[in-house]
Design a protein around this ligand. Structure first.
Ligand SMILES: Nc1ncnc2c1ncn2[C@@H]1O[C@H](COP(=O)(O)OP(=O)(O)OP(=O)(O)O)[C@@H](O)[C@H]1O
Ligand SMILES: [Mg+2]
Length: 253
């Protein structure tokens, strides 16, 4: 796959209000907790989680089903609100954000990739990838060139006018990655991006993610069930169990 050296440079999304300097962590969680109230009981989906991920890291988040991985990712993405603690992404404290600032965070600071791709099936790949640029009010004149650049960077330039159902799962996920990177986010959050793919397509998506991480400097935090894939591609693995982050000493090899 052809990833040009730096056409998609991360970390300069024009948001214009980054509080910390480039030296700060890309992601920082301090006692992050999310509780859900279910009638009389409270589900501690994420409990007192603290960690830091440096800019440019490629980290995997592992753990059994129900351990809180997606909940944690959604908190970082600004799709859900903390019950307690703080999370900072790209130097900004999400717990201090009003709904408008959170919407901007979702639009510009983070890109999200899901297991099920979540492309709009009736739109071409080019139109799918252009959507976040439209939401960010990128001038129309620059949008098509940017879409082409993004499609090329994930090896799909020749599929621009195809619709998602005409593509393989691997191709759809590559398009979803291009869409997630459209506004040059500082952080890419991926929730089981290879979960619906066979092993060959899964490896292709992983090697694309690690190429983009290296060449663009985008920080990647990826949830996976596949410890072998994590060991092969991620430079660091975090492990959750019952809503908590395991100290690395407790992780079974
Ligand atoms: N909206 C919600 N309301 C109530 N409980 C929830 C909600 N979302 C998640 N939970 C609970 O929080 C816990 C963590 O769920 P989460 O989806 O984060 O797990 P996960 O590690 O991503 O699991 P999987 O690997 O199966 O995707 C689970 O017990 C789940 O049932
Ligand atoms: Mg999950």
């Amino acid at each position: 796959m052809n990833v040009a050296s730096n056409p998609l440079d991360a970390g300069s999304n024009g948001n214009g209000e980054r509080m910390s300097q480039e030296s700060g962590a890309a992601i920082e969680a301090q006692g992050a907790s999310r509780y859900y109230t279910m009638g009389e009981t409270s589900v501690h989906a994420v409990e007192d989680v603290s960690f830091s991920i440096a800019r440019g890291e490629f980290a995997a988040l592992l753990g059994p089903s129900g351990s809180g991985k997606s909940t944690l990712l959604n908190l970082l993405a600004g799709l859900d609100r903390l019950s307690a603690g703080r999370v900072l992404v790209d130097g900004r404290d999400l717990s201090q954000m009003d709904s408008e600032a959170l919407a901007r965070h979702r639009r510009l600071t983070v890109g999200m990739v899901f297991q099920s791709f979540n492309l709009v099936p009736t739109m071409t790949l080019a139109d799918n990838i252009e959507l976040p640029l439209r939401f960010a009010e990128t001038p129309r004149s620059g949008r098509r060139a940017r879409v082409q650049e993004l499609l090329s960077s994930v090896g799909l330039a020749h599929r621009a006018e195809h619709k998602p159902p005409e593509l393989s799962g691997g191709e759809q996920q590559r398009a979803a990655i291009a869409r997630a990177l459209a506004n040059r986010p500082a952080v890419l959050l991926a929730d089981e991006p290879t979960g619906n793919l066979d092993s060959r397509n899964g490896q292709e998506v992983m090697s694309l993610l690690s190429e983009l991480n290296r060449n663009m400097g985008v920080t990647v935090l990826m949830v996976t069930h596949d410890a072998a894939l994590a060991a092969r591609y991620a430079r660091r693995s975090l492990h959750m169990a019952d809503g908590r982050l395991l100290p690395s000493a407790e992780v079974q090899p």
